[in-house]
Design a protein around this ligand. Structure first.
Ligand SMILES: Cc1cc2nc3c(=O)[nH]c(=O)nc-3n(C[C@H](O)[C@H](O)[C@H](O)COP(=O)(O)O)c2cc1C
Length: 183
């Protein structure tokens, strides 16, 4: 079973999840920038390919490249994971995951969410500015719900709610083919 994990990460959370997955599945790891340079032949021998991107304003960053490729990889086990600053039980997560794939893509790609966090020190200036504006808008919102107030407080500074346990369902899914082959 040959597995490839491709990722895009700005501040490091998605990269760490991708590394955990590659270690656990004894797979290969590629930054999307490197993956884009590879010819189609490079991917041919992989049984499973997984793409991880971080959540930005309700979308998964750079998922488009993977989705374009995945249409020709239907014979492989395919998965995507999204890493965001929201806790898993935030209802917005389901919305992000649902709209990331079309009904057709859902037939051959399984999608997962892993809690990340915020790392302002590693964030590029445009992201930091966007977050500052978002947090201040949320703080000044007159009819903000309790949850929104807590979120605004949380997002005002860096935090880390990531945990290796969130890779478990992805590992089981990507590893399934290995099991099928072994029995
Ligand atoms: C501009 C911007 C928009 C974001 N939008 C979302 C979002 O819609 N939902 C979410 O859960 N997290 C959001 N985040 C948080 C990131 O997804 C989170 O910090 C993630 O862990 C970053 O992953 P990385 O360290 O791999 O770059 C946003 C962050 C930035 C900078």
């Amino acid at each position: 079973m040959k597995t490839l994990i491709i990722y895009t990460s700005q501040t490091g959370f998605t990269k760490r999840y991708a590394q955990w997955l590659a270690e656990e599945l004894r797979g290969d790891l590629l930054d999307l920038k490197e993956a884009k340079k590879k010819r189609e032949d490079y991917f041919k021998d992989y049984d499973a390919i997984c793409y991880g991107g971080w959540a930005m304003a309700g979308s998964i960053v750079k998922a488009k490249w993977f989705l374009g490729k995945a249409a020709n990889w239907k014979d492989k086990r395919l998965a995507m994971f999204c890493v965001g600053g929201s806790p898993c039980d935030n209802p917005d997560i389901d919305v992000i995951l649902q709209k990331a794939l079309t009904d057709e893509q859902k037939k051959y790609i399984k999608i997962f969410y892993c809690q990340g966090g915020f790392n302002y020190a590693n964030m590029k200036a445009p992201s930091r500015i966007a977050m500052k504006m978002f947090v201040s808008a949320l703080k000044n919102k007159k009819d903000a719900t309790e949850k929104e107030k807590v979120m605004a407080e949380m997002m005002a500074s860096s935090y880390d709610i990531s945990d290796i346990k969130y890779i478990e369902p992805i590992v089981s899914y990507l590893g399934e083919k290995e099991y099928e082959k072994a029995v």
